[in-house]
Design a protein around this ligand. Structure first.
Ligand code: T5A
Length: 209
């Protein structure tokens, strides 16, 4: 059984990652590819319990270092219980956020060194990286507007942060994409949903049956 492909979707708040994870999975299944959708933080029962700790409560509930440890622990469980078994069964895994989110949010925007984030990833998740990462790009204001419309004013600990924080996150993702052009594909997420999905499929053409 050939190993499945591991795809991650990254980007700022409201970029459309969850919408596109669903649409991409449906498009892959239409092409006969077995695809599993999952998300971070969360994706396994243990990691979903950690998700609640991370997303609920006061914005200053955890330091960036404590958050980094919690995300790494959640990811280790998610990888062991869900992602690796699916890949070994030949399924493609579409993950809504992965370690690049920790590098951007806790790392660049939160002040934790990238080397420390990656060292924890090496320990917790054996350093596994996605085979391909789609960076969904759109202006911050448009993402915030989409998320606000969806959430009707309610926001979690991260979405509630200042616009400077979100600008730092966006700039960090851009730098990661520039540094790893083999893994990353930038996708214009300001387009209508079907056009975004088509762009991702085009960026997978080399692997599609
Ligand atoms: N986090 C996460 C870290 O700090 N470190 C980490 O290591 C990890 C893994 C997770 C939070 O945790 C932080 C980052 C996050 O702040 P979450 O609740 O899981 O939070 O949510 P997010 O991943 O942030 O997802 P978002 O809330 O930003 O939304 P999505 O998934 O990007 O967007 P989506 O698909 O829900 O779409 C938003 C709205 O826009 C519409 C949708 O219908 C929806 O209403 N929409 C579009 N409208 C017009 N055109 C399009 N192309 C559209 N696509 C979607």
């Amino acid at each position: 059984m050939p190993r499945g492909r591991f795809l991650s979707l990254e980007g700022g708040e409201g970029a459309g990652k969850s919408t596109q994870a669903r649409a991409l999975a449906a498009a892959l299944r239409d092409r006969g590819v077995a695809a599993v959708i999952t998300r971070e933080p969360g994706g396994s029962p243990g990691a979903e319990a950690i998700r609640a700790l991370l997303l609920e409560g006061e914005s200053g509930r955890w330091s960036a270092r404590a958050e980094t440890l919690l995300f790494a622990a959640a990811r280790a469980d998610h990888l062991e219980k869900v992602i690796r078994p699916a890949l070994e069964n030949g399924c493609w895994v579409i993950c809504d956020r992965f370690v690049d989110s920790t590098r951007a949010y806790q790392g660049v925007a939160g002040g934790v060194a990238d080397a420390e984030v990656l060292a924890l990833h090496a320990f917790g998740s054996e350093g596994l990286l996605p085979d391909r990462t789609f960076l969904l790009t759109l202006p911050l204001a448009l993402g915030a507007e989409r998320a606000a419309r969806r959430d009707r004013g309610a926001s979690d600990r991260f979405a509630a942060r200042e616009s400077d924080f979100h600008a730092a996150v966006g700039a960090a993702f851009e730098r990661f994409a520039e540094a790893e052009p083999d893994r990353f594909r930038r996708i214009d997420a300001a387009q209508p949903p079907a056009a975004v999905t088509a762009a991702m499929l085009a960026a997978l053409a080399d692997w599609l049956p």
